[in-house]
Structures are given as C-alpha cells and as structure tokens.
Design a protein around this ligand. Structure first.
Ligand SMILES: Nc1nc2c(ncn2[C@@H]2O[C@H](COP(=O)(O)OP(=O)(O)OP(=O)(O)O)[C@@H](O)[C@H]2O)c(=O)[nH]1
Ligand SMILES: [Mg+2]
Length: 327
C-alpha cells in the first residue's frame, strides 16, 4: 500500500467494500480511482484498480445478457402455480383467445395467422388453486418449432386447441403426428414404463358457435373420445368454460390435499398440491422432511371408507382428501 493516500481514498474504499450491486461497485471504484494521486508510488495501485473495473464491466455485461438479451430467458417460462399446461394448435384456432378469457394475461388476438410469436403465460384460477397456462405460436412453423417443442417437453400437460369450423378431426391427427415427430406421445392417462415421452393431453374444440360445429364436435368425440378427453367450447359465447377449467385441472395430473393437525380443524386455506397417485408418505415428505421418517400412520377424511379412518403410509390419496399425519 503506497504511503500518503488522502482520506478520500479510504472513504471511497469503504464505500466500495459496502457496495451490494455491480453498479454500486463500479461507481465506488470510479471514486476510488479518482481519489488516488497520480505519481510513481501509486502506479501499481492504479493499474490494479483499472483491472478491477474491467473485470466488473465484464460481469455486468454477462449479467445483462442473461437477464434480457439472452434467447433462453425470452423463450423460457418461469413455472408458477400448481401445474403448467401449454396451449398447442394450428394458426387461428383461438389459443390466445382462450388464454385471455381464462387468465389475467393479455395476448395479441387477431384474425390473421401467426399472431403469437412468443410464449406468454397466464394464471388460471381454479377453485382454491392457480394453474399456469402458456400460450404458444402455432406448431408446424420452422422458426419457432425448436423452442416450442422444448416447452412441450417440460410442461405438465398439453391443451390441444382445435377450430370446429376447420376440419377439427384432421387438425387433431396432424397435431398428434407433429408432436410425435418430437417423440412426445399424447395420452389421456399416465403411462409408465413405455419408451418415449408421454404427456397427458386434452382436446379443446373451440368455436362451438360456428355453423356445423355441433356435428363436427360429435364426430370428434366419436373418433378421439376413447383416447383423449374432448370438450367443445366457444370462447366468444363463453360456453362450457367452467367445464373446461375442471377438465384442465383433471388433466394436469395433480390433486389437492389438506393437512390437519391431530385434534384441530383442517387448514383449508392452503392445499398441498401433489401428483395424482401420491401416497400418504409422499405427502408427509412434502409437509416436512422429518415427517416422512417419523410418520407412524395417518387418518383420512374423504377417500377412505369412513371418515377419520386410519390408513397405512402407502395409501393412495385422492383430490380434496383431508389428512391427519401422526408422527
Ligand atoms: N367464432 C369464433 N371465433 C373465435 C372464437 N375464439 C377465437 N375466435 C377468433 O379466432 C381468431 C384467432 O384467434 P386467436 O386467439 O388469435 O388464435 P390463435 O390460435 O392464438 O392464433 P395464432 O396465434 O396465430 O396461432 C380471432 O379472430 C378470434 O376472434 C370463438 O369461440 N368463436
Ligand atoms: Mg395466438
């Protein structure tokens, strides 16, 4: 440390050490450099400080890139809520309209194709939980299929949106074929132990208000009903939207469970959302990691044969069960 540094230097050094953000650090470093008198004895110090400025500038640039400029962040949707489902379909079928009427999001809705170019999430309230829906550009488009298929891979389930006025049966077949090329197989039920990636899916046949739509939706149900749940809606007339919300919840693959301390009322304000098919022990792990190891048994109101029935750790839970964990 060169001698004869002025008090301003030590003041600036203190600020630099306390700086929390990169921007604050850079500002403090500027002051620090300015406070160092220029003479031979401070050459090395000044060179060191300048090196630090350049290092911090590099870090700031990298941070900025990862926050906004980076492709990844723009095409990646932060998961929120109890489950995430993606809206999949061809142009103009009403994916964005559906997002706008079921959630608080405000997508571009237009009668020209390819009005959606980026993923847009929205939260759909369903009873006491929220489910995240992600609006996407139509599939079958070279410039977006890459990242769209990436989202389909990681999302919990698919909502296949069809236009009842435009050969919906052919649309369904083409969607299944297209996602199949990405090795994603749609299914109405969970399939385990088979190769490939199986995704739960629901067919939403939109524009029920159009002439001829009822016939088309009957034909669609006959053809696809055994494979996937099919629900006909009209976003414009707000028809069947409550049933649709329930169907979206059903296909999401989650259930709600309420925990209840022994001798007390259940806490209905905050359901635990767990994968359907989960057992008592899996719930215990979610509630508290110690609970899983200490759990002796549980009492259940709901899916058990009688209320308050004592069940074993491997008892499979159902939606809306109230569970009392005994440790
Ligand atoms: N008749 C009728 N038209 C609808 C309905 N829902 C949406 N539309 C219309 O269909 C057109 C396309 O709607 P969008 O929601 O933009 O469709 P999209 O699937 O998001 O389209 P892309 O983003 O291009 O893939 C718009 O003109 C909507 O007003 C409906 O229930 N009935
Ligand atoms: Mg759209």
């Amino acid at each position: 440390m060169p001698a004869n540094l002025p008090p301003e230097y030590f003041e600036a050094e203190k600020k630099f050490k306390q700086a929390a953000t990169l921007a604050e650090k850079l500002a403090a470093l500027d002051d620090l450099i300015a406070s160092v008198p220029k003479h031979k004895g401070t050459d090395k110090l000044r060179a060191d400080l300048r090196r630090r400025v350049s290092q911090l500038n590099k870090e700031a640039l990298a941070l900025k890139k990862s926050k906004k400029g980076g492709r990844d962040s723009l095409y990646n949707i932060q998961r929120e809520g109890a489950a995430q489902l993606a809206l999949v379909g061809f142009p103009n079928t009403g994916k964005s309209s559906l997002l706008a009427c079921l959630t608080n999001a405000q997508p571009v809705i237009a009668d020209y194709p390819l009005s959606t170019v980026l993923p847009l999430p929205g939260m759909m309230p369903f009873e006491d939980i929220h489910i995240q829906l992600v609006d996407l550009p139509p599939i079958g488009n070279d410039s977006t299929d890459g990242w769209v298929s990436g989202i389909l891979r990681t999302t919990d389930a698919l909502v296949l949106v069809l236009d009842l006025g435009d050969e919906p049966d052919a649309q369904a077949a083409l969607i299944v074929e297209q996602v199949g090329r990405w090795n994603i197989h749609v299914t109405g039920r969970d399939v385990e132990g088979r190769p490939g990636l199986y995704k739960r899916a629901l067919i939403v046949a939109n524009k029920k208000d159009l002439p001829g739509a009822d016939e088309n939706s009957e034909a669609l149900k006959r053809k696809w009903g055994a494979t996937l749940p099919v629900i006909a809606v009209s976003v414009h007339r707000k028809e069947n939207l409550e049933d649709l919300k329930r169907a979206i919840f059903d296909v999401s693959g989650i259930i709600r469970v309420y925990s209840k301390p022994p001798g007390k009322e259940p806490d209905y304000s905050l359901p635990f959302t767990i994968r359907s098919g989960s057992t008592v022990i899996e719930l215990a792990e979610r509630v508290h990691k110690d609970f899983a190891t200490k759990l002796k048994y549980a009492r259940i109101w709901g899916s058990a044969r009688f209320d308050g029935q004592k069940v074993e750790k491997n008892h499979v839970l159902k939606d809306r069960d109230v569970v009392e964990l005994h440790v």
